[in-house]
Ligand binder design. Structure first.
Ligand code: B16
Ligand code: MG
Length: 217
């Protein structure tokens, strides 16, 4: 059967969280806000605007709309410099074989990401051509755990929610997939992603047997 396999980007295909962290840390540092790797976990799967609000909240900093706009632009400019230096080597282990297998099985492949930089990143790491549809932060109004991003991706490739499978590294993303009525596959720690239907530490653990079962079920 032709199903939709929907991939999150950050934390699933590439580890751009480290670049988001470096860029946010500069803004936080300038504002005298302590921002650690642990804090950065709270930003995973969260939109850019919401991320800034969380950081300002950590420091109890109030800001005007203009200030926020300025910091958001500066953060993104800095982040884009890291993106510009990315290449294929930054694709997480096991991802390309899974994409290749799904393509060979004539399955639909889509992206469902909160990032507004999703397309340029897929281009930089040279895997945009695998995707039949890309839905990102520019296309949706409601952030995960709202299912909008995944429902839109499924719709674009003509698959129903029950025929859609989502790979996600964030709790909000797994919840979004579940709310959509899709099969959720957590990529990361079972302790964190317990709500997912299946959890794998990374894509090297995902067998073609398992993928075949998702296709035929
Ligand atoms: P941007 P995902 C998300 O990507 C990241 O996990 C999150 O940390 C980031 O704030 C968000 O994209 C927005 O990114 O600033 O590039 O628009 O995990 O949904 O692929
Ligand atoms: Mg993610």
């Amino acid at each position: 059967k032709k199903k939709a396999f929907i991939f999150d980007l950050d934390g699933v295909i590439v580890d751009t969280a480290k670049y988001h962290f470096l860029a946010w840390q500069k803004i936080a540092g300038r504002l005298g806000i302590e921002f650690t790797h642990e804090h950065n976990e709270q930003l995973k799967g969260v939109s850019r605007v919401r991320s800034l609000d969380i950081i300002l909240g950590l420091g109890g900093v109030e800001a005007t709309r203009e200030d926020k706009e300025k910091w958001l632009a500066e953060k993104n400019e800095d982040y884009l410099n890291y993106i510009a230096a990315m290449n294929e080597e930054e694709i997480l282990q096991g991802v390309v074989p899974v994409l290749q297998f799904l393509k060979a099985q004539n399955q639909n492949i889509a992206l469902g990401s909160a990032s507004k930089n999703a397309r340029p990143i897929l281009e930089k790491v040279n895997i945009l051509h695998y995707f039949d549809a890309v839905v990102d932060g520019n296309d949706v109004t409601n952030a995960k755990p709202d299912p909008e991003v995944f429902l839109r991706a499924a719709q674009l490739v003509g698959a129903s929610a029950t025929d859609s499978v989502v790979f996600e590294d964030s709790v909000a993303g797994v919840q979004a997939a579940n709310i959509a009525g899709m099969t959720s596959i957590g990529i990361g720690s079972p302790a964190i992603l317990g709500e997912a239907h299946y959890v794998y530490t990374d894509f090297t653990e995902i067998t073609t047997d398992f993928l075949n079962r998702l296709i035929t079920n």
